[in-house]
Each structure stands twice: as C-alpha cells, then as structure tokens.
Design a protein. Structure first.
Length: 634
C-alpha cells in the first residue's frame, strides 16, 4: 500500500508514469525494507518457542515471515513496474465520490497539521498523557479472564458417570442404560457412544464415559455448554448416588494429559494423609466458586480379597506360591486350554478358556474351599487354599498413581463458566500452600502447566522480538535514538488491544496473544513512515519542527490506508460467524483495538518524541546521510 500510494502521489504532482514510479519507489524503499525487517524481527523469536504451543507458533511465525518478505519483493519489483506501464490518474476524470474523498483527505491533512503544530508546543504534556493512558490500560490485564484457549461450540462433549466404589460392572451398565435413555429423549442430541469398564484405561468397572454428539449449532437454541450443564444436573437427579462430570473436548489438545482446564496432583509419602489433604483441597476449591466438576482418581473403599500365602504352611502341604497363584487365576479369571486348540463356529475360530462356574466363586468365602493338588505322590493330594494361605477381605484404593516416583493423587476439573483459568490455577497453588505440610505439594499439570508455559514463552518471545527489532532498526537508521522513537507505538497498541478485549468481554488467551504479537509487528510501520520521511526532509535542510510539519501530513494518507485496511480485514473475523469463531474473535478484536488506538496516538506521540530526542543526535549530518539525501533529491 505505501509503495503504491507514494508512486500515485508523485504522479499526482504532474510527473509521468515512469518518473513517478522511479522516484516514488526510491523514496519509500528504505521504509519498506525497514518495515519488513522489523516485522520479521518480532516473529523470529516466536519460531523458536518450545513445547506443544511452540510447534503451534512455529507454523504461524514461518508463515507470517515468509509472507512479509514476499510482499516486500512484490512491492520493490512488480508494483513499480506495473505503475510505470499502467498507472492512470483518476483526477483526470474524477467521479463525485473521488472528489469528496480528495476534499476530505485534504481537509483532514490540514486539520492534522494544525493539531500537530499545537501538540509540538506541549510535547511533555502529550507524552505524559499518553503514558498515563498506557498505565491505565494495564489495569485491564488484572480484570481480563486469562485462559489457554477459549471454549468452542463443537457440538461434542464427554460425560463421566461414577457409581459407588465396589459396584459391579453389571449394575454400572444398568446406570448407563438409564443415562442413554435420557440422552435419547433430548432433541439436541444427535448420537452418543458409551464405553464402560475401562475408564481412563484403568480397568475401573464402576465408571465409564459417554461421548455425546449434538446437532448442528444452527438447529438448536442452546449452546454446547448450556446443554452439557443441563444434562449433568438432570442425570444427577435421575441417578441418585452417582457422580456425573462433564468435559468440553474443545479445550483438549495442548497437553498430553486428560485435557481438563484444571489439573494437578497432590504428592507426598503417605497414602492416607494424601487422601485427607486432597479432600480438604477439593472442599476449599469448591468454595471459591472458580472450579466445578472436581474429580480425583484415588477412591478408597473398593472391596478387595487379599490372599497372603503362608510359606511355612504351603511347604508343609507341598504347595508352592507359584502353583497357588496359577490355580486361583485359572479358577477365577480362566486360562486358555491350549493355544493350538480352537473351537470353530460360524466361520470363526475361538480359543477355549477354562474356568470355574460363576456360582462357585460368587462370594469371598468360596475361596476357602478351593482345592489345589500338591506335588506329593503320583497324582498329588488335594489341599484347601485356606490351609496354606490367609484369606481376608479389605477395603483398598481402586488405583495407585505415582508421579516422578512419588505417590500422587491426580485431581482434575473444569473452570466455572465465566471465570478465569488463571484465577483457578492460582487458587490451587494458594490452597495447596495453606493445606499441605512440608513433604507434600500440589503440582499443576496438563493444560494448566501448558497455560503457564505458553504465556511465559510468549512474553519472553515478545520482549526478545522487541530487542531484535531495536537492533535491526538501529543498524538501518544508523542511530540509537530513532528506533526508540519508532518503538513508542508498541505500548499504545497494547493499550488498544486490552481495552477492546475488556469492552467485548473476551479473554486473554493464546489466540488473543497471537493478535498482540501481530500488532507488535504491524504498528511499527506507521512510526517508520513518519521517522523516515522526517529524516528525508531534515536532510534537505529543514529544521526538526518544520520537517515534522511537512512530513507527517504527507504520510497521513498511507498510514490511514494501511490501518483501515488492517481493521477492515479483521472485522469479518470479529463478527462471531461460523465454526471456530470463538478462537478467531479474540485475535480480531485485539487487532482492531490495537491498530485503532495506536494509529491515533502514533500520529502525535511519535512526532513529539522525535522532537525531544532530536537533541540527543549529532549536531551535523554524516557524509553517508548527506549522500543519501542527495540521492533522494535527485
């Protein structure tokens, strides 16, 4: 845009197409190269981010960097060539719309020149007010919801129903059939799929999952989250004595864990104390109102039959521990009779598994009468299991989990609708410090850990990108001062983005951070145009103030054109249309707000800062600058 606009401006000054293309492109080439390198400098550090989020941003950084370099190539080659061949001035035969637009731009440039002249007399006041605006905008950071990714209405969620510990798989299956009957009666549900007895791949028979697929969002009145919450509440009433949890599957994918927004482990040396501390933490977390659907893997109270061989008695009766274990396994679980012998039926062949009848081991006391043959005599003797082992029924945990060799109880849950994931994770850490004694700790896991890594990595990449951009601009402008002037636009883009997110009730997430990084790249363009053109006017002999008053109004049109084009391109994404709009809207909103505010403030703050910093420059131009100025004039 700025290359084409500058060539057109020279053509409107009365120059022929070839001369306008040659002089206009030469005048703007430095600014075009500086802008491209400054944008690339922001995205280069993003490419080297680590982790799952880093791989996500790697593609984004590569794409944007390649695009801006190709855009530069087109601007420096094809655009001047096309203008030299095909450019025609619309002012030769202007339409009424063009006349109106030209009059408006001339009026706007005059008003801008007058207001700029006024602000240059009160430079410190303008800068102080601008910094106050930036400082005030930082307040929005604390009020914005912070989350890794926003929830999307994908028409898919997961239900988990837990029956009391010790419930048989047959009884649990009956509970799930009632839940399926309920889902079948719901008009918004298209289909569902149930898995039972292998919850989280842990062979837990009193729990399972139901994958619920909803009809298209256009055909239902309620959102996915509203339907999921209603379903949970209805099932809790329908199935007393059970626990029902929901999971939004759109929030998974950025971690190798379960994908819940809130995941942590309570770690320590003693199982009993771990269970007690975990219950206290869950109770306190529920009281905060920040989390819901809290659940943990560790559940005591599972009836378990423990068979402890008495080696002395076993040796006395001629039994080995291995034989005892194999006999019990065969009677209860069964054993394949012969791997080479299969039963043919219906065109298929089945292994033959031998086991005792169900009524022979329906209760723990039946194990007392299990007979095993010892190794004495030719045929051996029959010995009751109770004569060689201690058999007792105890209550034991369903699962035993560890993390880094430490005993751990995994806890997971959802963030309450409308609350911040950051606040929920902070509450976990705060309550963990309050409840747990030395030797025990609460460790953030899963997407919560990915959340911290993503934001820390993005902030570091952003700061590193700004530092790289400063070095690139310093080498291009041969000055340590001008890059600071150019980078003054960055804080105001952040102010606009945060304000826009706050006004529209959007969250500060991975996708809004993408918009912020993009802003850091594109808003420097306006400052570069102002500084570069002012330098050219000063090289021609103008004073600092006169150079600013001459250069800035001339650069007003391309600045407004690029800003309006950027905002216009983001508006469709901000309208919340189509699938996945929840991820596009925060990015578009941050771009619209950042570009709008930074464009307005840049037009005044950058000239004021330039005027103040000009005192720090060398009193005379260098030979290289004089040669560059002569080349521009010629």
């Amino acid at each position: 845009i700025m290359m084409l606009e500058n060539i057109v401006r020279h053509h409107e000054m009365g120059k022929n197409r070839r001369q306008a293309a040659l002089e206009g492109s030469k005048e703007i080439t430095f600014a075009a190269i500086a802008t491209t390198l400054a944008i690339a400098a922001i995205f280069m550090p993003v490419i080297f981010m680590q982790g799952v989020v880093g791989r996500f941003f790697y593609q984004y950084g590569i794409t944007v960097t390649a695009a801006v370099f190709l855009s530069l190539l087109e601007a420096l080659t094809l655009t001047p060539m096309r203008c030299a061949r095909f450019l025609h001035s619309a002012k030769d035969n202007p339409t009424w719309m063009l006349k109106k637009m030209d009059h408006f731009m001339e009026w706007l440039a005059d008003r801008y020149r007058a207001s700029l002249d006024f602000t240059l007399r009160y430079r410190w006041t303008v800068i102080a007010v601008s910094l106050a605006i930036f400082a005030t905008s930082l307040v929005f950071v604390s009020t914005l919801r912070k989350e890794l990714i926003p929830a999307q209405d994908q028409g898919l969620f997961l239900l988990t129903i837990k029956t009391p510990v010790g419930t048989s798989i047959t009884a649990t299956d009956g509970v799930y059939k009632q839940a399926e009957a309920y889902l079948k009666s719901q008009s918004e549900v298209q289909e569902y799929y149930t898995t039972l007895g292998n919850y989280e791949n842990n062979n837990v028979v009193n729990a399972g999952t139901i994958y619920v697929i909803l009809k298209d969002a256009k055909t239902r009145k309620l959102s996915q989250r509203e339907i999921m919450d209603r379903t949970k509440n209805d099932l809790l009433k329908l199935l007393p004595g059970t626990e029902v949890f929901g999971q939004d599957l759109s929030l998974t994918g950025f971690s190798a864990s379960r994908g819940f927004p809130v995941e942590f482990t309570v770690e320590g040396p003693d199982w009993q104390k771990l269970m007690e501390y975990s219950k206290v933490i869950l109770m306190k977390l529920n009281k905060t109102g920040l989390v819901e659907d809290l659940n943990m893997d560790y559940q005591a109270g599972m009836p378990e039959v423990q068979i402890t061989p008495d080696r002395d008695k076993a040796a006395k009766h001629g039994l080995s521990v291995t034989t005892m274990g194999q006999e019990v396994e065969t009677l209860i679980g069964g054993q394949i009779f012969n791997a080479n012998t299969q039963y043919p039926k219906g065109g298929h062949r089945y292994y033959i598994r031998v086991r005792s009848e169900d009524d022979e081991h329906s209760k723990p006391s039946d194990l007392d009468h299990v007979l095993m043959r010892n190794n004495r005599g030719s045929d051996g003797e029959l010995v009751a299991l109770s004569e060689a082992a201690d058999i007792k029924t105890v209550l034991a945990p369903q699962l035993i989990s560890r993390f880094n060799r430490s005993r751990a109880i995994p806890v997971f849950g959802n963030v309450t609708h409308g609350k911040s994931q950051q606040d929920a994770l902070d509450a976990v850490e705060r309550i963990g410090h309050e409840v747990l004694p030395p030797g025990y700790k609460a460790r953030i896991m899963g997407s919560g850990n990915a959340f911290h890594e993503a934001f820390d990595g993005l902030i570091f990449a952003l700061l590193l990108g700004i530092a790289v951009a400063y070095m690139v601009l310093a080498s291009q402008f041969n000055s340590f001062v001008h890059p600071v002037t150019i980078l003054m636009a960055l804080p105001f883009s952040l102010s606009g983005a945060l304000l826009a997110l706050w006004v529209t009730h959007q969250s500060l997430s991975l996708f809004s951070m993408i918009g912020l990084i993009l802003l850091m790249g594109i808003v420097k363009k306006n400052s570069i145009l102002l500084v570069d053109f002012t330098n050219q006017r000063r090289a021609e002999g103008s004073s600092v103030t006169n150079a600013l008053l001459e250069a800035c109004p001339v650069r007003l049109r391309p600045i407004l054109m690029t800003s309006v084009a950027t905002v216009a391109g983001a508006i469709p994404e901000a309208l919340n249309f189509g699938p996945g709009a929840e991820t596009r809207v925060p990015m578009a909103i941050s771009i619209i707000g950042g570009v709008t505010v930074s464009t307005f403030l840049t037009l005044y703050v950058v000239p004021c800062v330039y005027s103040l910093f000009s005192r720090l420059e060398r009193p005379e131009l260098s030979d290289e600058e004089m040669e560059a100025a002569s080349a521009v004039k010629s």
